[in-house]
Design a protein around this ligand. Structure first.
Ligand code: ADP
Length: 615
């Protein structure tokens, strides 16, 4: 009871809302209605599962009224309500740590994308875009006392006990001059139709109609359709209906990229409605992301906080699963292993992936999708063995032969008749990779190499050995070039053996091995990783990520026996010069792969010495 201060992050959020988010002011109403709808869901669930509430006379509804003179707008629900403790924690702090860290990372509030507002759960606080003061009255189901919460959105709020008969919550906004436009029948009706039409409870609008001069009549209309959209026959539904519904469940103000509606009537009866958003949600890579799928049992809301309804790599999918075969009081622990849900889950994953496969036919649309969601899809490659084949056909890569993206199956079609493997190079940066000396041989032989410049590729791709029976080989690994060697290459390598031995003696401490290589043409040397070690770039990433314990993994140095420098080295008698050149061969190979040298000043000394000799 009494005065309270907002937690720092709430003040921060309020500041952000008031000073920078001007474009979608109207969403305050969507946020209030969606809170009311959640509160109704919770009480409905109690009346169906909890003996103490079975006799409760539950009439779920949301009522909106306004008063232009008094400059107020009120939203009332008959939901679960809040007591004093709830009011303090729910309306005075921010529970979601994703939102917290998001706020923490905002440097310039004026640059933030207003579309994110709903996504990161501004929720209730969005009212301060249109109100200078708010009064919340609430009575929690099963309790006698009611409470009042008052705030001007500046420093804090006040809580007092109050008189209130019905269970539920009423939120009254005292509108600012600008906010006054929302104290209007048509305005409210439009916003509700746009964002909240498919909220499964009736929303009533109270207004006055002028009958004759100076005679006004009080009226009430239901202004939403209040149906569970996913249960309506597919033939009745238009794209527009789906898009509207998406906005009511996702907080997204933009249309989704795709929707997938399934009404299964077989051994298992269930309905699923999934949406692929147009853009990746801001918390996609937070470990406590908000799951996008809500679970219903026979239209009764069960949970929106169950991460295992779909596999983690599909966490960007939004939507609804509604099962007829689960008991209403299915417990959280049971959800995870429930056979019905396991079956729905695996059928849903297959369905979503097969829809994505169809989407690939529309290249522009698919690439738009892929650019947003390529990382989670690739996570799927190592999370989901059952669907790996399908996922392999969904991933796209850059290539030395194609502009933009290519699929593995397109690569396969372009393979040379005698080509045995699919080749790829992984590493940090597309341009560096394309210029890598490791690609010289492939260029010369006109063989395509996939350019994998996404960090996750380093981690995921090595775990995939084959695509449709064809080996995948990393060109920055030792054995990749084995199957491309000609007889001539082999002879040249053999002849270089004494020279290689000499170089190896010098570099012994810094490399795992020195080998003659036929994969180079313009460069005298290159470094590769041992077949079982992480690649050179990967080791670098791991170090950058703070893995100090990493044992020092030495590279393998490969020497091009047909290169002029190497040929001349064979005849070189000056032992000191030979040492310097050997070191330079290693150092330049490291540099071109973007690996910093351990001792740059030694490198410069050597380089200057050789320059001096050449002049
Ligand atoms: P979110 O809805 O994303 O959790 P909000 O800021 O909109 O964030 O609301 C915070 C919390 O306040 C809600 O999670 C809910 O517990 C509570 N709340 C808000 N409005 C209501 C309401 N009308 N009835 C009951 N609880 C509510």
């Amino acid at each position: 009871m009494g005065k309270h201060k907002f937690k720092t992050e709430v003040s921060q959020l309020l500041d952000l809302i008031i000073h920078s988010l001007y474009s979608h002011k109207e969403i305050f109403l969507r946020e209030l209605i969606s809170n009311s709808s959640d509160a109704l869901d919770k009480l409905k669930y109690l009346t169906l599962t909890d003996d103490a509430f079975k006799k409760f006379d539950f009439k779920p509804r949301i009522d909106i009224s306004f008063d232009k003179q008094a400059k107020t707008l009120t939203v009332v629900d008959t939901g679960i309500g809040m007591d004093d403790k709830d009011l303090i924690t729910n309306l005075g702090t921010i529970a979601n740590s994703g939102t917290k860290s998001f706020l923490h990372n905002i440097k310039d509030a004026s640059k933030i994308d207003t579309n994110l507002i709903g996504q990161f759960g501004v929720g209730f606080y969005s009212i301060f875009m249109v109100a200078e003061k708010v009064e919340v009255q609430s009575k929690k189901a099963g309790q006698d006392k009611a409470f009042k919460w008052l705030s001007d959105g500046k420093g804090g709020f006040v809580i007092e006990e109050t008189e209130r008969k019905p269970i539920g919550t009423s939120v009254t906004l005292f509108l600012t001059e600008e906010g006054l436009q929302y104290a209007n029948r048509w305005e409210i009706e439009n916003i509700v139709k746009k964002y909240s039409n498919h909220i499964p409870f009736p929303i009533y609008l109270h207004y006055q109609e002028e009958k004759e001069k100076d005679k006004k009549e009080n009226k009430v209309d239901q202004i939403n359709s209040a149906s569970a959209l996913w249960k309506r026959p597919k033939a009745e539904l238009k794209e527009k209906d789906y898009f509207e519904f998406y906005k009511t469940i996702s907080h997204d103000t933009e249309d989704p990229l795709h929707y997938i509606h399934t009404q299964a009537e077989g051994a298992l009866q269930y309905t699923t409605l999934f949406f692929i958003p147009g853009r990746a949600p801001f918390d996609l890579f937070y470990s406590d992301y908000k799951p996008g799928v809500k679970l219903y049992v026979k239209r009764v809301f069960i949970t929106d906080d169950e991460k295992e309804l779909l596999p983690p790599y599909l966490r960007f999918v939004k939507g609804v699963i509604d099962s007829d075969d689960l008991p209403l009081n299915v417990s959280r622990e049971m959800l995870q292993q429930n056979r019905v849900l396991v079956n729905i889950k695996s059928a849903s994953v297959k369905k979503i992936l097969s829809e994505l496969s169809k989407l690939t036919l529309d290249k522009t649309k698919y690439i738009k999708f892929y650019e947003e969601f390529k990382k989670p899809l690739k996570e799927g490659l190592y999370q989901d063995f059952t669907n790996r084949e399908t996922l392999l056909d969904l991933v796209r890569f850059k290539s030395t032969k194609q502009e933009g993206y290519t699929s593995l199956s397109e690569y396969k079609l372009r393979m040379k008749p005698d080509q045995k493997s699919i080749y790829y190079i992984t590493g940090g940066n597309e341009q560096n990779l394309k210029n890598s000396p490791l690609l010289e041989m492939y260029k010369e032989k006109d063989i395509e190499v996939l350019i994998m410049d996404d960090e996750i590729d380093e981690i995921v791709i090595p775990s995939i050995n084959k695509y449709k029976e064809i080996d995948l080989k990393a060109v920055n690994r030792e054995n990749a070039a084995e199957d491309l060697k000609t007889e001539k290459d082999k002879t040249a390598e053999k002849q270089a053996e004494p020279l290689i031995k000499r170089i190896k003696k010098i570099l012994d401490k810094d490399v795992k091995d020195v080998k003659a290589s036929s994969r180079l043409s313009d460069s005298p040397s290159c470094v590769v990783a041992d077949e079982n070690d992480p690649t050179i770039q990967m080791q670098h990433i791991m170090k950058a990520m703070g893995q100090k314990e990493l044992p020092e993994l030495k590279p393998i140095l490969e020497i091009n026996p047909t290169h002029d420098i190497v040929k001349k080295m064979a005849a070189l008698e000056d032992e000191n010069l030979f040492k310097d050149i050997s070191r330079l061969l290693l150092e330049q190979a490291l540099l071109v792969e973007g690996v910093p040298l351990k001792n740059p000043s030694e490198f410069i000394k050597r380089l200057n010495k050789i320059m001096n000799m050449a002049l």
